[in-house]
Design a protein around this ligand. Structure first.
Ligand SMILES: Cc1cc2nc3c(=O)[nH]c(=O)nc-3n(C[C@H](O)[C@H](O)[C@H](O)COP(=O)(O)OP(=O)(O)OC[C@H]3O[C@@H](n4cnc5c(N)ncnc54)[C@H](O)[C@@H]3O)c2cc1C
Length: 386
C-alpha cells in the first residue's frame, strides 16, 4: 500500500485523518496559540483534545489502547499541527515518537502493559532522556551512570533539554546511562525512571527562543533507585535502540517542519493578496510572487522527501539515509520559509501575535533537535561510505 503514497493523491483514510487534524488545528489550536506562546504555558486543554481524538495512539496497536494506524499517519497529523503551532506539534511528536515508542519497540510485555495504555491515550506523557550537558551530538559521551545495587539500579547524572519531562501529566522519563564497560567501550543501557522517584529532580523550565508552549527541562539524578526490572530493552543496547528511535523521529520532525514551511506559504499567500502598497496588493509584485513560489517549492520538495522516507520505513526497507535527507531539507525549508514570510509581512512579521513571527522563532530549533543539520550530513555521508 505504501508504494503508491504520493503528495498529490493520498489513500482515503490518510486524507480523512489529515483533514480532521487540519480542522482541529484551525478551530481548537490556532485560537489559543498566541496566548500560550506569550505566557509560556503548556496547552493542557489542547493536549486533552488531541488525546480525545486518539492522536497519541495513532501508530500503536489497539491492544495497548492505540488506534492501530502507522507512523505515516502520525506524520500527517504532525504536518497539519505544525502549520499552525509548532509547540503543540512537538508535544505530540515527542509524546509518541520519543516517549511511548521506545517502550513499544523495546519493552517487555509487562512494561508495555504498565505504561502504554496511559501514554497511547494521552492521559500521560513520557520523556526521552538522551542529551546531557557534555553529550549532545556526541550522545555516546553519556556520563550518567547506573549501577546494580541490591536488585535496584542506582542512577546518578544529569540530562538537559528534555521535552515533556515536567508537565503535570508526565509519568516517566527513559534515560540512557552507562551501566558498565565491554571490550574497553562504554556499555550504555536505557532505564525507565518514574516521575516522583526520590532523587530525580525536574529543574525549572528553560526560557527558550521559541516552542514556548512546549515543556523542556534539565533533569538531575542523585542516588535515584529504580527496580532492576526497569531496564528497557537489552542491557548494553540502549544507545543503539535510541539511535533507531531517532532515525524514525527524524521523519516525524521532517513532517512537522513541512507543516511549518507550508504554514508560512499559506499565511504569505493570504497576506500578499490583502496587503496593499503603491496602490496594489503586494503579491502583484513579481519579487513577492517569486519569493512565495520558491517557498511553496521548498515545502513540496521537503514533503516528497518525508513521504519517501516514511514509505520505505513502512515497507520494512532501510530508510536511515532518506530520514536524514528529509529532516535536513524540511528543517531548512521551515527556517527559510519563516524568514521569507516574515519579510513579506513587513513590520507585522516582527510582531509576536502573528503566526509567521512565531514560526520565525520556532523554526530554528528544527535545524538542531533530534540531530543537527551537521549530524544529518554526517549520517548521509556515512551511508555513502564516506
Ligand atoms: C527545545 C529542545 C528540545 C529538546 N528535546 C530533547 C529531548 O526530548 N530529548 C533529548 O535527549 N534531547 C533533546 N534536545 C537536545 C537536542 O537533541 C540537542 O540540543 C542536539 O542534539 C544538539 O546537541 P547539543 O545541543 O549538545 O549541541 P552540540 O553537540 O554541542 O553541537 C554544537 C554545534 O557543533 C556541531 N557539531 C558537533 N559535532 C560536530 C561534528 N563532528 N562535525 C560538525 N559539526 C559538529 C553541531 O552540529 C552544532 O552546530 C532538545 C533540545 C532543545 C533545544
Amino acid at each position: 500500500m505504501t508504494d503508491y503514497l504520493s503528495t498529490g493523491t493520498l489513500p482515503e483514510d490518510y486524507r480523512d485523518l489529515a483533514l480532521t487534524v487540519r480542522e482541529f488545528a484551525r478551530t481548537v489550536v490556532a485560537p489559543v496559540s498566541a496566548e500560550h506562546d506569550a505566557n509560556h504555558t503548556f496547552p493542557y486543554e489542547v493536549v486533552q483534545g488531541m488525546a480525545e481524538m486518539g492522536l497519541f495512539g495513532l501508530p500503536f496497536p489497539e491492544e495497548y489502547g492505540g488506534m492501530g494506524g502507522d507512523y505515516f499517519a502520525l506524520c500527517l497529523a504532525l504536518e497539519e499541527l505544525g502549520k499552525v503551532d509548532q509547540s503543540v506539534a512537538i508535544t505530540l511528536e515527542a509524546g509518541v515518537s520519543l516517549g511511548a515508542m521506545p517502550i513499544h519497540r523495546f519493552g517487555t510485555d509487562k512494561q508495555r502493559e504498565q505504561w502504554l495504555p496511559s501514554l497511547t491515550s494521552g492521559r500521560a506523557l513520557a520523556g526521552f532522556g538522551l542529551t546531557e550537558p557534555d553529550a549532545g551530538s556526541d550522545a555516546g559521551g553519556t556520563r550518567t551512570t547506573a549501577v546494580l545495587d541490591g536488585g535496584d539500579w542506582l542512577i546518578n547524572g544529569r540530562k538537559q533539554f528534555i521535552t515533556n519531562s515536567g508537565t503535570d501529566i508526565t509519568a516517566l522519563v527513559t534515560v540512557t546511562a552507562v551501566t558498565g564497560q565491554t571490550g574497553g567501550k562504554k556499555e550504555i543501557s536505557t532505564i525507565l525512571v518514574p516521575s516522583g522517584t526520590p532523587g530525580f529532580a525536574v529543574e525549572p523550565a528553560y526560557n527558550k527562543v521559541g516552542w514556548n508552549a512546549s515543556d523542556t527541562h534539565p533533569l538531575s539524578f542523585t542516588d535515584v533507585r529504580v527496580p532492576e526490572a526497569n531496564l528497557l530493552g537489552e542491557r548494553g543496547r540502549g544507545y543503539a535502540n535510541f539511535l533507531r528511535i531517532l532515525d524514525e523521529g527524524r521523519i516525524a520532525i521532517a513532517a512537522l517542519s513541512v507543516g511549518a514551511a507550508q504554514g508560512c506559504v499559506d499565511e504569505s499567500v493570504r497576506y500578499a493578496k490583502e496587503r496593499l502598497a503603491f496602490g496594489q496588493p503586494i503579491g502583484r509584485n513579481q519579487a513577492i510572487a517569486f519569493k512565495i513560489a520558491r517557498m511553496e517549492t521548498r515545502a513540496h520538495v521537503a514533503r516528497t522527501a518525508y513521504y519517501d522516507a516514511a514509505a520505505l520505513m513502512l515497507a520494512g526497507k532501510p530508510f536511515k539515509k532518506q530520514a536524514s535527507i528529509a529532516k535536513l531539507v524540511a528543517s531548512e525549508a521551515a527556517m527559510d520559509n519563516a524568514r521569507d514570510a516574515t519579510q513579506i509581512f513587513g513590520g507585522n512579521g516582527f510582531m509576536n501575535e502573528y503566526a509567521v513571527a512565531r514560526h520565525y522563532r520556532d523554526s530554528k530549533i528544527l535545524e538542531i533537535g533530534e540531530g543537527t543539520t551537521e549530524v544529518q550530513l554526517m549520517l548521509i555521508g556515512r551511508e555513502l561510505g564516506l
